[in-house]
Design a protein around this ligand. Structure first.
Ligand code: BGC
Length: 433
């Protein structure tokens, strides 16, 4: 048997191969979990209402301070709209406080205040794009469930995100009278991308992030959001599903191992199957199994027993090189090992693509979007894992063009726009404060 087939067989035996997924059944299961979540029943989806107005005038020349707190970086910038086009100034990028070792809430707030200080003078509105699980409140602040994606800030659970930061600013004698709007990164990406479409005919859009973490938001009729007491005059609003929390996909023993070894076992199981914080770890765990079975040789087997887990970036770099020259963390790999790594990575990434598609197809059909060919639904997709992992977005796109179209007679296009989260957050602040 060829190496490729042996590896494929070994991965299938361990439940880690995209061919094992029954796409139609998985979409149905995902959709019913969405409906339960919306109605307030037992569901892995939080289905947070965003309370956001998603369109309106963009006041000419008003400068908005934008914060983008992601799994790896915190970005701060000033955004102004001129002729409805965004102008982004004074961008600053620093490591996200808490992403490089545990810190206390006080430390988090001090670092945030310190970073914000030079941007505060003369600013009256703030759009805060927050890539963590937080329940947005009707006043557009939000209550943090917990930092995930391996960001650790002790004592932060339950904090009211903007209020805590404004109090920290005030305590330090810094300007704190701004009007703040907190929104999830899926919502920011969706608003920013939709605003960039210009004259393209389209149906409504959904937001999808696949970076360090994953999540999805979509427009829902306010009257259907039974889970929360939503008092709003908006007929519909974006709902942040916290889709990474979905627990209905078949998990392999390796998924369970990865989860058990993570900072928050049991939290965000779907995210741990597809996102950048974990894909490299999954590939590593699978390779370790292959190595234990004697399917790998020399330097790779040694690195697996001693070295740290491969990162998603290392795996992506490996895949983007031609087969003959591929190296993983500069290890001198034999041809058989190269094929084994390639097959393993392709299986893990292929599964991530199929699972991402299942999420998107379930949301598009549940939200009843993209029924007319000339008016496709827009999937505003952001995240380095989605766009930079070899083969991932391509496979999702093929499934949207093939499966979604064939089985559901629906049309959807993938779109992204540079700095969509900064632009979307600025627009949200202007429309909603
Ligand atoms: C967070 C979400 C976020 C997603 C994508 C998840 O870990 O819980 O709120 O939207 O990552 O960044």
């Amino acid at each position: 048997m060829e190496t490729r087939e042996i590896i494929r067989g070994a991965l299938c035996e361990r439940g880690l191969h995209p061919s094992l997924l029954n796409i139609d059944e998985e979409i149905d299961r995902f959709r019913s979990a969405m409906r339960r979540g919306l109605a307030g029943g037992d569901s892995p989806f939080a289905m947070y209402p965003t309370y956001l107005r998603s369109s309106g005038e963009l006041p000419e020349g008003e400068t908005v301070l934008v914060l983008d707190a992601g799994g790896t970086n915190l970005r701060i910038a000033l955004v102004t709209f001129r002729d409805n086009a965004p102008v982004i100034r004074r961008q600053k990028k620093v490591p996200m406080p808490g992403s490089r070792g545990e810190i206390t809430l006080d430390e988090y707030l001090s670092r945030m205040a310190e970073h914000l200080k030079p941007f505060l003078p003369g600013v009256s509105r703030v759009g805060f794009c927050f890539s963590y699980d937080a329940r947005i409140l009707p006043d557009l602040d939000g209550q943090l469930t917990c930092f995930n994606k391996e960001v650790k800030v002790s004592g932060s659970e339950g904090m009211t995100v903007c209020r805590a930061l404004k109090e920290a600013l005030a305590e330090r004698g810094l300007p704190a009278g701004q009007r703040w709007v907190l929104l999830n990164d899926t919502a920011a990406a969706c608003l920013g991308t939709m605003a960039s479409l210009g004259a393209m005919p389209h149906d409504e859009g959904i937001g999808f992030i696949l970076g360090t973490g994953t999540n999805t938001c979509y427009p829902e009729k306010t009257a259907r959001i039974g889970r929360y007491d939503v008092r709003s005059d908006l007929p519909s609003m974006l709902v942040n599903m916290e889709s990474g929390g979905y627990d209905g996909f078949p998990a392999s023993p390796l998924d369970r191992k990865l989860d058990a070894e993570s900072a928050l076992p049991g939290n965000h199981p779907f995210e741990k199957m597809i996102s950048g914080a974990y894909l490299g770890g999954l590939v590593t765990l699978a390779l370790k199994e292959l190595s234990a079975e004697g399917l790998l040789t020399g330097p790779l087997a040694e690195e697996l027993s001693q070295g740290p887990a491969f990162t998603t970036e290392e795996v992506s770099t490996f895949l983007s090189e031609p087969l003959k020259t591929q190296t993983l963390r500069a290890l001198p790999l034999e041809t058989g090992d190269r094929i084994a790594v390639r097959e393993t990575a392709a299986a893990v990434i292929g599964r991530a693509a199929v699972l991402s598609y299942i999420d998107l197809a379930a949301v598009l059909t549940e939200a009843d979007l993209g029924k007319k060919k000339g008016l496709p639904a827009v999937v505003a997709a952001e995240g380095s894992t989605f766009w930079r992992t070899p083969g991932l977005s391509h496979k999702v796109n093929l499934l949207l063009k093939g499966h979604l179209n064939y089985h559901f007679r629906r049309h959807a296009v993938l779109r992204s726009c540079p700095e969509s989260t900064l632009i979307g957050s600025a627009a949200a602040a202007l429309w909603n404060s």
